[in-house]
Design a protein around this ligand. Sequence first.
Ligand SMILES: Nc1ncnc2c1ncn2[C@@H]1O[C@H](COP(=O)(O)OP(=O)(O)OP(=O)(O)O)[C@@H](O)[C@H]1O
Length: 337
Amino acid sequence: MSALIRAEGLTKYYRRPRRHDGAFGGLRTLVTRQYDEVRAVDGVDFTVSAGELVGYLGPNGAGKSTTIKMMTGVLVPTGGLIEVHGTAPWRNREKNAMHIGVVFGQRSQLWWDLPLVDSFTLLGKMYRMPEADYRRRLDEFVDLLDLGPFLDRPVRQLSLGQRMRGDLAAAMIHEPSILYLDEPTLGLDAVARERMRDFIAEMNRESVTTIVLTTHDLVDVEALCERVVFIDQGRILYDGSVAALKAAYAPHRTLVVQLASGLTAGRAAELLGPDVPGEVTAEEGPTLRIRFEAHRISAQEVISAVTSRCPVTDLSIVEPELEDVMRTLYGNCEITV
Ligand SMILES: Nc1ncnc2c1ncn2[C@@H]1O[C@H](COP(=O)(O)OP(=O)(O)OP(=O)(O)O)[C@@H](O)[C@H]1O
């Protein structure tokens, strides 16, 4: 697969006026003109291939939005290289805009006072789309995102979930090859989030759109991303598959045991004794949870040990949550897998 997006040593430093405290602090801030340097993105390397759906993750202030703004051509890098379709996006913003769609969760590109459909019509004309292509695309989105009930309503009257669906359709109307999504599901209810996720997956699968997704919602990541790039303090700490990340940072599994009637989890833990493979982590009524390291003990061994000593009605194995991994990641500085 060829690289659509390439970043090498990509860097963005901001200058922030140094603030002075105390009496006349505001005035001193104005007249002294001293600055602090903020290393928002500090020499990152990555490539994104055609058709990938990559999660770009990290804590608040990690440098995610700044990277996306450089990829979209809104910001000029302080140093290093960023190429999208083989050219620097900030050198040719208009040409770059023809190939990309952007959704910034908190800002809208829709015309506030116009009916939603008028924004689509205007965008279709701006991108010089042939009428038939525009119609086909609009019909597809009305169907996929269920826009019909509010197509004729002014954007300012839409709920957040309706507006976000409109924004997503607006970003994709001209069939861009790359879609950048910055917190697209922020503030949405569960149903709206699900609909957005389905649409994003569909665009990636059916239209083969390359997608870079920034989100704090780990359910989005689990549902959508095979690969994640994790950034903190402007530096990339991890770049790889979600599965490898979990295997490295949360190699445990949990066996959840439903005990046969009359047997409490406390009594079952006694029956299992201290040499049970794994660690009993919770005893709640008739439910017992045993955590084990999947690379050391097989699930079969743990299940055999339990079923040979206790009568059970049900068993299930729970994978670690991505949230567990993130907690470990946030506490580490150097990460290699
Ligand atoms: N225009 C600016 N001027 C000065 N500093 C800035 C500017 N924009 C961002 N920063 C700083 O750069 C750093 C990275 O910010 P950025 O918005 O890229 O982070 P982020 O990972 O997107 O965070 P969040 O998850 O909170 O949106 C932060 O320390 C932020 O305060």
